[in-house]
Design a protein around this ligand. Structure first.
Ligand code: BGC
Length: 921
């Protein structure tokens, strides 16, 4: 018997390490951390009961076997004790103050009610314990931005009360922030706790990673991947954030530290790249070399402190202002050392390309319009431990504006507006100036219409199967020539959610979604969420990962890669070809609800992290979907609000991470975003999906829409406008219930007949899809070749046990019919209801019921899985739009006088009524 491939304990060990490395220590007065052995800890804050493993929505719906929070981790460790009296107080209080999950999709509160901590209680506990550890928790997510309000970005009154009383009573107070993203930090100055750390949302191993850092088993090496400013108003994006119609990027490329380091250094509380360690390091620039391709810096890092630890080395460039203007610093390279013993040194080589040193000229001021240009002037490289580092590693002089890459105008704004640019004062500092943004000179439609591919003559079925393309028996074009118009229209429709054609409970099925496509040997690919691990709404367990902000803060790409090797294997085990992640939109504003799924305010950090995840998964030939392409910076009105930005900001900032993931990691699945960008829905933007992604970057994979996204132009966006989606070369519309029935009632057939979408455009998408599924494990399974890994994984048992929250007895007596009181069914998130159906007649039994959605968002996803005994028989996924009662009917065979039905709800928001089970011979 060969060695087991998928070992959850090894997966867990890497995840635990990643959490520990992602924790950012911001303050540690008098070395209060690490805690000494024997410390008695007074644990405050209700997040000790509900550690947030992730945020909410599709990116958080991983059904895990366990979640170890901070309290569980501390209680397990014999080196520490947890103050019993305080623990009991919390245990009692929580009985009357259970977790409030809200009323469904996007309605879970951002915070949970806290237990009040009086002065007396704090003093009593302080007298008998050594240190106070306060947990502060926050969530947010899809469809649910944060707000500058108490309980979201700001602390609640109860949290402030805890801080007031605990910091007054205790000499040592440690505050741990179990949050998806940065929050307001003004309180640190006010209450002056001894230590503060961002512990993020660390997935199912989160608490153990925290334990490792506070116990000193792991020396903290996390560094901020975002700037923390004094006030939310200091972020230049705040004034446009959460616009209901559009969100204008007036701050242009000056996002995060690019803004603060240029214009408002004094507004920063914690700079980008900042984080403390229990030891100290020296970072020296050993050599600096300019080559034809760029710059090579050799850094030497020495552990100058007393204990072992890791350091993150960061290299920034200060480009000349030239005629375009530039941020005063930009991150161009980073690396993390190994664990260095005290006194130990490590040499690190950092390389920077000329392309990274160039700026995008969208106005022609350099003499090169729509081109990346290295402007004339001095480039100074700063090496060190955060964006404020002072060591000059070297400088280069550029005598003239140098063309690095000539491109053409793409995605330029249609609307006129003023954008920020630096204006230098006499003393060399910068003040904010504004200039008109260059607007689009031609329309995307014209470009698209003059680049329609050549049509492949339809030949009808010639008996070629997709495998014949692989075996060189026919070309891809010959294979595609067999597809009828109906087949072409079907292949671009992904099916879902929870399609019975793929792994139960997954987001989507694509490829051979109809009988005739299947007959041609096109297998059905499977994709599922998401950035925090695999989401299977069937209730199947999967591993919950540390969130994007945590992984980015670890600055350890090798570790991320290793973690995503395991994720790749888990996908493979579950027969899922494509993960719907990583999420890689920028943290343009701290209030974006989905920041927890994304990495950073910086595109380089974002791109490198996404690339590492993809490379990790590619080991097992599965992949991730880089999303949301592009510019999803707010959840408010996410499927209609238009993002308006300059071409420069789009290319240098928003697209840069995606570009890195495509060019460096060979990304081959992309999800476009819901909203429009500069006039076109992203799903239908030819510039975005064809010109930039494919033509400029050489992307060869598949592009899918976000779930039930709109197509078309900003003013006329419609979920039925698939013609526009296909014309842009967005290959898959996700998702329809049935491709063959055109359940989404899209306009494809009609527009094809009218000639508004060309057959050649559909054929082009069909080729992309076929090429994609051919390269994925599903194809090898289908053709039964080279699938040893799958065969071995199939033999490795799942170590799952089924747990039920509710048992319901249902007896079908002489009348032949039994009703189940639907109020008995627990429809809350993650609830399993075991219904035992007993009967006196062997035969067939019919289940009838009515279901409807009750959700605040139209894009809510509300799944119900119905199992008979252990077999999944039906999945129903309603969206928020399904608010009318629908009839459900199912047949079961009953032969052993009892069978068991399990109703599993992966999310709140479904209502059920009139449930009956009837004997029908
Ligand atoms: C989200 C995507 C997600 C998809 C499928 C959408 O609502 O925006 O990120 O992958 O649902 O669950």
């Amino acid at each position: 018997m060969s060695k087991k491939l998928f070992e959850t304990n090894k997966f867990a060990a890497v995840a635990r390490r990643a959490v520990a490395e992602g924790i950012v220590l911001l303050k540690n007065d008098n070395d209060v951390l690490p805690l000494k052995e024997g410390t008695n800890i007074a644990l405050f804050g209700r997040s000790q009961f509900n550690y947030y493993k992730s945020g909410t929505g599709s990116g958080g719906m991983v059904n895990t076997k366990y979640v170890i929070g901070v309290r569980e981790a501390l209680l397990k460790d014999e080196r520490f004790t947890v103050n019993e009296e305080l623990k009991k107080e919390y245990d009692e209080w929580i009985k009357d103050n259970p977790f409030d999950a809200g009323a469904g999709w996007a309605s879970e509160p951002w915070f949970q009610k806290e237990m009040p901590v009086s002065k007396e209680l704090a003093q009593r506990i302080a007298a008998v314990s050594d240190v106070a550890v306060i947990l502060i928790g926050r969530t947010a997510g899809e469809d649910q931005d944060n707000s500058n309000a108490k309980g979201s970005y700001l602390l609640t009154d109860e949290e402030e009360q805890i801080l007031t009383n605990v910091t007054a009573a205790f000499e040592k107070t440690v505050v741990l922030l179990n949050v998806g993203n940065t929050i307001d930090m003004k309180w640190v100055k006010k209450y002056n706790p001894s230590a503060v750390a961002y512990i993020w949302q660390g997935g199912q191993e989160g608490g153990l990673g925290v334990l490792d850092v506070i116990s000193g088993d792991v020396n903290p090496s996390g560094r901020l991947a975002d700037t923390i400013a004094e006030d939310i108003k200091d972020y230049p994006s705040t004034k446009n954030f959460a616009g209901k119609e559009f969100n204008i990027q007036q701050e242009d490329i000056y996002v995060g530290y690019r803004y603060f380091e240029t214009f408002a250094k004094d507004k920063v509380l914690y700079p980008f790249g900042y984080g403390l360690s229990y030891t100290s390091f020296d970072i020296e620039a050993d050599s600096f070399e300019k080559t034809d391709e760029g710059v090579i810096v050799k850094a030497v890092v020495t552990n100058t402190g007393k204990i072992k630890g890791q350091q993150v080395v960061q290299l920034y460039v200060s480009k000349p202002q030239g005629v375009l203007g530039n941020p005063s610093r930009e991150l161009v390279a980073f690396a993390k050392t190994k664990e260095l013993e005290k006194g130990e040194k490590e040499e690190i080589i950092l390389t920077v390309t000329d392309y990274q040193l160039s700026s995008y000229d969208d106005c022609g001021a350099t003499g090169y319009k729509n081109a990346y240009v290295m402007q004339k002037g001095t480039y100074t490289f700063y090496l060190g431990e955060n964006v404020r580092c002072k060591t000059v590693a070297g400088t280069i002089e550029n005598d003239e504006n140098k063309l690095i890459k000539q491109l053409t105008q793409c995605l330029a704004p249609i609307k006129e507006f003023e954008r920020l640019r630096p204006v230098q004062r006499q003393d060399g500092s910068f003040e904010e100036g504004f200039e008109s943004v260059p607007t689009a000179v031609s329309s995307q439609d014209e470009k698209r219409n003059s680049n329609i591919p050549e049509e492949i003559k339809q030949e009808g079925d010639k008996g070629y199967k997709l495998i014949d393309v692989l075996d060189n028996k026919c070309s891809m074009d010959e294979f595609i020539s067999q597809l009828s118009d109906e087949e072409l229209c079907c292949i671009v429709r992904g099916e879902g959610m929870s399609s019975p054609k793929v792994t139960p409970g997954c987001g989507g099925a694509f490829g051979g979604v109809t009988d005739s496509l299947l007959e041609k040997g096109i297998p059905i690919g499977c994709c599922s969420d998401g950035p925090s691990g695999i989401r299977m709404d069937s209730g199947k367990k999967a591993f919950a990962m540390p969130n994007g902000a945590c992984l980015a803060s670890a600055w350890n790409l090798e570790l991320t890669k290793e973690l995503y090797n395991w994720e790749g294997l888990e996908l493979r085990k579950n027969k899922i070809d494509v993960l719907l992640g990583p999420g890689m939109n920028l943290h343009r504003n701290p209030l974006n609800g989905r920041n927890f799924e994304y990495f950073s305010e910086d595109p380089y950090v974002t791109g490198k992290n996404a690339a590492a995840q993809l490379e990790g998964m590619h080991k097992y030939n599965v992949t991730g979907t880089i999303k949301h392409f592009a510019l999803n910076t707010q959840e408010t009105g996410r499927h209609t609000v238009e993002h308006i930005a300059s071409e420069r900001a789009i290319r240098e900032l928003y697209l840069k991470g995606f570009e890195i993931a495509v060019k460096e990691a060979g990304a081959h699945a992309v999800m476009t975003t819901y909203g429009p960008v500069n006039g076109y829905y992203s799903s239908s933007s030819y510039d975005l999906v064809t010109e930039i992604l494919r033509n400029e970057w050489g992307f060869k994979g598949v592009v899918m829409t976000d779930w039930w996204a709109k197509g078309g132009k900003t003013q006329s966006g419609d979920t039925k406008d698939m013609a526009s989606i296909v014309r842009a070369q967005n290959d898959l519309y996700m998702v329809a219930t049935s491709a063959i029935d055109n359940s989404n009632k899209d306009n494809l057939e009609e527009e094809l007949k009218k000639g508004n979408v060309k057959r050649a455009e559909l054929q082009r998408c069909a080729k992309n899809i076929c090429r994609f599924v051919m390269e994925k494990p599903v194809f090898n399974r289908y053709i039964e070749r080279d699938n040893e890994i799958d065969l071995q994984l199939a033999n490795e048992a799942d170590d799952e046990e089924l747990v039920f929250d509710n048992l319901i007895d249902c007896r079908v007596g002489n009348s032949g019919v039994a009703s189940i009181d639907s109020s008995e069914i627990k429809t809350g998130r993650n609830c399993s209801n075991l219904i035992s159906v007993s009967f006196i007649e062997r035969g067939n039994y019919k289940l009838n019921m009515k279901v409807r959605a009750n959700a605040s968002s139209k894009l809510a996803q509300i799944p119900l899985s119905i199992y008979k005994d252990k077999e999944l028989v039906k999945m129903i996924t309603l969206t928020g739009e399904d608010d009318k009662w629908q009839d459900i009917e199912l047949m079961f065979n009953g032969c052993f006088m009892t069978f068991f039905l399990n109703f599993y709800f992966a999310q709140d928001g479904m209502e059920i009524k009139d449930l009956t089970i009837r004997y029908c011979k």
